[in-house]
Design a protein around this ligand. Structure first.
Ligand code: CA
Length: 225
């Protein structure tokens, strides 16, 4: 059973997260302030940490830095919770190396999906260069993509783009985050580049193009077959 450490001072939210994760067969540990969070991380070495940014005693960013500077906890993936939708918070969280973030209020179901996606990515990077998201199969060591076992030639950017979306299957990804993660930066020119790439990807995957969905007002998502 995988253990998730929840560092969140709002008792109701922490409890809601705990219940949902336990319902999904995860074991949980709770901490209601930053310092207790660090102590519990070192004590239990959890598989993943859910970290609220606004915390008493030691704030979430400070907790994240301390965990990243410790060899014992450095490789534990972190999902950050931010109270505001402000872009600066998201940039700050991803810039320091958080694996993902969620903005409050969030649905417990989405949180569980994100947790599972992070753990799946983690296990792939540890054990294998093959990632499957049927009908797609990615070989990340040589950037080959197969769809129903047929090789499809993609550029490096197209490969990264499709892999990014497939690693988050059924979760709409906003344009800003896709650009930031795949291209490394975001501006208006790039925004049009994204649509051009998606169009080419759809052409290349042919019969599977319908799995790449445009999500109006947000961005794109891959839907499971
Ligand atoms: Ca808080």
């Amino acid at each position: 059973m995988q253990t998730i450490l929840i560092i969140e001072d709002e008792i109701d939210i922490a409890e809601l997260i705990r219940l949902n994760l336990e319902r999904n067969q995860f074991s949980t540990e709770l901490a209601h302030d930053g310092q207790t969070g660090i102590n519990k991380a070192l004590e239990h070495l959890p598989d993943l940490i859910i970290l609220d940014l606004m915390l008493p005693v030691k704030d979430g960013m400070e907790v994240f830095k301390e965990l990243s500077n410790d060899d014992r906890t450095r490789s534990i993936p972190v999902l950050m919770l931010t109270a505001k939708a402000q872009i600066e918070d998201r940039i700050a969280g991803l810039a320091v190396g958080a694996d993902d973030y969620l903005t409050k209020p969030f649905s417990p179901k989405e949180l569980t999906l994100r947790v599972k996606a992070i753990l799946k990515r983690q296990s792939r990077s540890e054990h294998s260069s093959i990632f499957e998201c049927p009908p797609f199969k990615f070989n990340t060591s040589n950037l080959q993509l197969f769809a129903d076992n047929e090789l499809i030639t993609l550029t490096t950017t197209e490969f990264k783009l499709l892999l990014y979306l497939c690693e988050r299957v059924n979760i709409p990804q906003d344009r800003y985050t896709i650009l930031k993660e795949v291209w490394g930066y975001h501006d208006e020119v790039n925004s049009r580049t994204l649509d051009t790439h998606m169009k080419r990807l759809r052409q290349k995957v042919g019969d599977h193009a319908h799995l790449i969905e445009t999500v109006r007002g947000i961005g794109y998502q891959i839907i499971s077959q």
